[in-house]
Write a protein that binds this ligand. Structure first.
Ligand code: NIG
Ligand code: FE
Length: 419
């Protein structure tokens, strides 16, 4: 199949982009891309590829922008119920941490998620994955973390494994058993930390190899006041590593506990949130291969003014990615287009920088940079066609879906075929 006549074919070729190198879209004007067997074979000028491959099935992009599908490298897409009541309370002035201390927050979603059946969890989650796909997200990182006990965490993993077989997206699964201290361990995070290390991590490893041939999930931890402190986070992540899991961390969302530095020290694939990270910690992180994942939908969702200091991260030479953080508490947003729009405004990224942060750099944040995130020979043909002729409309425009078509593994997937 040959997609041709793209006003701009954004290839984002050449690998993840560090520091001020961020923003190189490698645009081919009047571009085309040849796909075979679900993979990209060649990119180039439409004129050249049409002459070279005259017999291919063709999609005429008619002057639209063609680019890699978005990689959303941080989501909590699986949960049951909603937190509309808390949203209303926040609108009246209560803070996220206040609500969490009063027994709301993550723990209220945990209650609903524990009660939900596998089928129910899957149908609520499938709907959100469908929305994400329609908005151009072709690879989704997906965390557990609303079970917080072995049985419900395994049910969440089971739901993800089953959904991964059904939905068009590639799913990158993450075990976030240390998302919050569950009600049974209220006031005793040490006890729950010990449970995660001694029982859950080894148990999940065993369960995983029995149920799937996929490589092990990532292990993530919420390093935050009211969740897990630095030494508990370290213990969980080091235990995970010793069992062979690759790691991620939620760091510096509200309080700086030293999570970003820990991520760099342990070689985490990513450190996420990074809102209140100190200049010193930014430099340590930027000197490592850990990707800094900014989640601008979260401060927006909480109506807070502080965003990830992207310019400082870039000046220090860091690897920056953008994600939605899709979750019921702080950011129910399925759209990477909206994350890009926020990143342009509140992190001062140019549209080109935000697009790279949402594609090839986002792929690096889930260890998939050699498979997805750019249009280069040998990579998956995960492609979106936008209903605009200038890529800067991504970021500039918001609140509507600019995606005209989504092509996954070289196949156009109409949304009605999805479910
Ligand atoms: O990334 N930080 C922890 N987890 C989510 C919030 C989850 C929730 O409130 O349900 C986040 O913001
Ligand atoms: Fe999160």
């Amino acid at each position: 199949m040959l997609i041709h006549s793209a006003s701009q074919l954004l290839t984002t070729a050449g690998g993840p982009q560090r520091g001020h190198d961020l923003g190189n879209l490698e645009v081919i004007k009047d571009g085309a891309v040849l796909i075979e067997g679900g993979l990209i074979v060649e990119t180039g000028a439409s004129e050249d590829l049409l002459a070279k491959y005259p017999d291919q099935e063709q999609i005429n992009a008619r002057g639209r922008v063609v680019m890699p599908g978005f990689v959303d490298p941080h989501t909590h897409v699986l949960w049951a119920g909603d937190r509309a009541l808390e949203f209303e309370l926040r609108a009246q002035g209560r803070s996220y941490l206040e609500i969490m201390e009063a027994g709301g927050g993550i723990v209220s979603t945990v209650k609903a998620t524990r009660k939900a059946s596998l089928a129910d969890l899957k149908s609520q989650t499938r709907k959100r994955l469908q929305n994400m796909f329609a908005h151009g997200t072709t690879t989704v990182e997906a965390k557990t973390g609303y079970g917080l006990e072995m049985k419900s965490e395994l049910r969440s993993l089971q739901a993800y494994l089953e959904l991964a077989e059904e939905v068009p997206q590639d799913m990158v699964i993450t075990f976030l058993g240390a998302h919050a201290v569950p009600p049974e361990y209220a006031g005793a995070p040490e006890g729950y930390t010990a449970l995660v290390c001694r029982e859950m991590l080894p148990g999940i490893k065993k369960w995983w190899s029995k149920h799937t041939s996929r490589s092990l999930p990532f292990v993530d931890v919420f390093c935050e006041e009211g969740a897990f402190n630095l030494s508990q986070s370290r213990l969980i992540l080091e235990t995970a590593q010793s069992l062979g899991f690759a790691i991620k961390i939620h760091a510096d969302e509200f309080k700086n506990l030293g999570g970003a530095r820990l991520a760099a020290e342990l070689g985490a694939v990513s450190a996420d949130h990074l809102v209140v990270t100190s200049q010193e910690d930014i430099e340590v992180l930027a000197g490592s291969d850990t990707v800094a994942v900014a989640l601008p939908c979260t401060p927006f969702g909480l109506a807070e003014g502080d965003y990830t200091p992207a310019q400082e991260i870039l000046s220090a030479g860091g690897l920056l990615a953008v994600a939605t953080d899709l979750n019921p508490g702080t950011a129910w947003c399925e759209s990477m287009q909206f994350a890009v729009a926020l990143a342009c405004r509140y992190m001062n990224l140019s549209p080109a920088q935000a697009i790279v942060a949402a594609t090839i750099n986002a792929a690096a944040a889930v260890g998939k940079e050699s498979e997805v995130g750019s249009l280069e020979p040998g990579k998956k043909a995960d492609i979106i066609i936008l209903d605009v002729s200038d890529y800067r409309h991504l970021g500039y425009r918001f609140g509507i879906n600019l995606v005209h078509r989504v092509i996954k593994d070289g196949k156009y997937v109409p949304s009605e075929e999805f479910s």
